[in-house]
Design a protein around this ligand. Structure first.
Ligand code: ATP
Ligand code: MG
Length: 369
């Protein structure tokens, strides 16, 4: 499900305002949130709002999650840039040939999107750096403002080439007319890129930490859409859903879409509970596979975190006793393993860590067992 327009996008006014202000003042932004909370949607919403007031702005979005090295990055960013700056396929090819003259550059049409993509055959390091310079200079020469969003930006720290951050920083610093949004959900990889004094991007951006939507705002938004679809859902049922999904956007959206597709127009609490159970059952095979990859102790800790909903004191006797967990030190170790595996989120709230099983469906399934 991609961004479907402002009608289907709830609030985020403050965040759009912050992004707009950063853009107007030529500041780059780091956008962070836990998984599936709405980063990509927000970027697309911001782009669409900005285009309304600034018809000349060029907006570029790349998701680099699937790239494994600098070459993959260059191919992806070049394709996105050329698709944004050249409106016709001939223009794309002509510009590509011009930019990468002397290099093995070809293009292909993406089977799914039908859009042209650059395929550079880059052998040596100087060739890679040369092509990156070419595409970055092309951006720098833009006479109209450009906003580039690089989603899952932490991925570049996994590339085998060690100087990618420094290289990118060098070009980005030179560009007058281009603003960047670096977003991602892997906090332990993303945030140090901007907060560690030894890293090239140190303190070069404004940070935006995306949080959950506000309960009542989200509730009214859902109510309105369900009413438009002739569904009568009592307020207590909506409260139940939002508590069950922990107001997490992806899961709320999923549940509401499933509910929307039901035949019935009157939706009582019992019907929703049945629906939620069906969703969990549908995903059970996947949860079994996932939990089999954990040690017995890790699974025990995961289930305990799930049952707590939000865990604040992982080593407190009360928590250990309630879930029959032995030894604060081993619990801490398993919890850290679950955090690095990306199954548990560790967020700071008033300087204190809070732990949650981030996949809300998995959380409810573990809770139910
Ligand atoms: N403000 C919003 N109003 C309504 N739906 C939203 C909103 N933000 C996000 N969503 C929905 O929530 C789901 C997840 O959003 P999105 O893909 O933007 O999250 P993400 O943080 O980029 O996720 P990931 O970590 O997987 O990249 C999508 O289905 C999207 O349509
Ligand atoms: Mg995303």
């Amino acid at each position: 499900m991609g961004y479907a327009g402002p009608e289907y996008f709830c609030n985020r006014e403050k965040e759009v305002e912050n992004l707009t202000e950063a853009y107007r003042n030529n500041r780059n932004v780091t956008l962070y949130s836990p998984r599936r909370l709405g980063k990509t949607g927000l970027i697309q919403h911001f782009f669409s709002e900005t285009q309304k007031t600034d018809s000349k702005v060029i907006t570029i979005y790349v998701d680099i999650l699937d790239t494994v090295d600098l070459e993959g990055f260059i191919n992806l960013i070049s394709s996105a840039v050329l698709n944004a700056t050249e409106t016709k396929a001939d223009g794309f090819i002509k510009r590509m040939t011009e930019l990468f003259s002397g290099m093995k550059a070809s293009f292909l049409l993406n089977e799914y999107t039908g859009m042209p993509e650059v395929q550079l055959g880059l052998g040596t390091t100087p060739e890679k750096e040369h092509s990156l310079a070419a595409i970055m200079n092309h951006l720098e020469n833009s006479t109209t403002p450009v906003v580039v969003a690089i989603d899952e930006f932490q991925q570049i720290s996994n590339y085998p080439e060690k100087n990618v951050e420094a290289l990118l920083r060098k070009y980005i610093q030179q560009q007058q007319n281009v603003n960047y949004i670096f977003s991602g959900s892997e906090k332990h990889l993303l945030l140090p890129m901007f907060s560690d004094a030894k890293r090239p991007f140190y303190q070069s951006t404004q940070h935006i930490h995306l949080k959950k939507l506000e309960f009542d705002t989200y509730k009214s938004f859902i109510q309105k859409h369900l009413n438009e679809g002739n569904k009568n859902v009592p307020e207590i049922v909506l409260d139940y859903i939002l508590n069950w999904t922990d107001i997490h956007t992806f899961y709320t959206q999923y549940v509401c879409n499933t509910l929307y597709a039901l035949q019935e127009e009157e939706i009582a609490l019992g019907r929703v509970k049945k629906l939620l159970f069906e969703i969990l059952t549908e995903k059970e095979g996947y949860f079994h596979t996932l939990t089999k990859l954990l040690s017995k102790h890790q699974l025990q800790v995961l289930a305990a975190v799930a049952k707590e909903n939000v865990l604040t004191e992982p080593t407190a006797q009360k928590f250990l006793r309630k879930h029959e967990l032995s030894g604060a030190a081993t619990v801490r170790k398993s919890l850290q393993a679950l955090v690095s595996k990306g199954l548990v989120d560790e967020e700071l709230s008033d300087e204190k860590p809070e732990y949650r099983v981030n996949d809300v469906f998995l959380r409810r399934w573990l809770e139910m067992r």
